[in-house]
Design a protein. Structure first.
Length: 167
């Protein structure tokens, strides 16, 4: 089971659920633009500054999603990070944070632009693994929610459906 009934209700009431749901596609869009710019730079040497700037935006978005995800995790599971139920998602997210931070540090230390972009390519792979986990969890949660409704269980509407904040 993805969530206990209580966790599912807390998830659906958390203001951080829609923040994550809205932020994830934005982060994906930034990622796609970033990949295109980094590949273009590695292939042609063109527009390093633009590729670097979008890479920094991507890292900042990852930090934002991690921090707001910690608030969500606290609302749903109790702990702020590495909750038993969310351990593997947090573990892979931590690896992604390390890889993306390594990109930032490489720039601050004066690494060659090509090296910085290759580091970003490694960070892309960690993001893809973490994003896949996020999508799979969302699909499973949606299936669980529909199954609960079919079984006649009371499933609380989400904060975005009611327009109210959790108490």
């Amino acid at each position: 089971m993805q969530y206990t009934p209580d966790q599912l209700q807390r998830r659906n009431r958390s203001i951080w659920t829609p923040v994550q749901a809205i932020g994830a596609p934005i982060q994906l869009l930034i990622f796609l633009v970033n990949v295109a710019l980094v590949i273009r730079f590695l292939a042609t040497g063109a527009d390093y500054e633009l590729a670097h700037a979008v890479s920094v935006v991507k890292v900042l978005m990852l930090y934002f999603m991690t921090v707001t995800g910690m608030f969500w995790e606290h609302d749903v599971f109790g702990p702020w990070f590495m909750a038993k139920e969310f351990f593997w998602e947090d573990f892979v997210n931590l690896i992604a944070l390390i890889a993306h931070t390594t990109f930032l540090v490489s720039g601050w230390l004066g690494a060659e632009p090509t090296m910085q972009m290759w580091i970003m390519c490694v960070a892309f792979l960690t993001y893809l693994a973490n994003f896949t986990q996020f999508v799979l969890r969302g699909v499973r949660a949606g299936m669980q929610k529909r199954a609960a409704r079919r079984a006649g269980q009371n499933v609380a509407p989400s904060a975005t459906q009611t327009g109210t904040l959790p108490s």
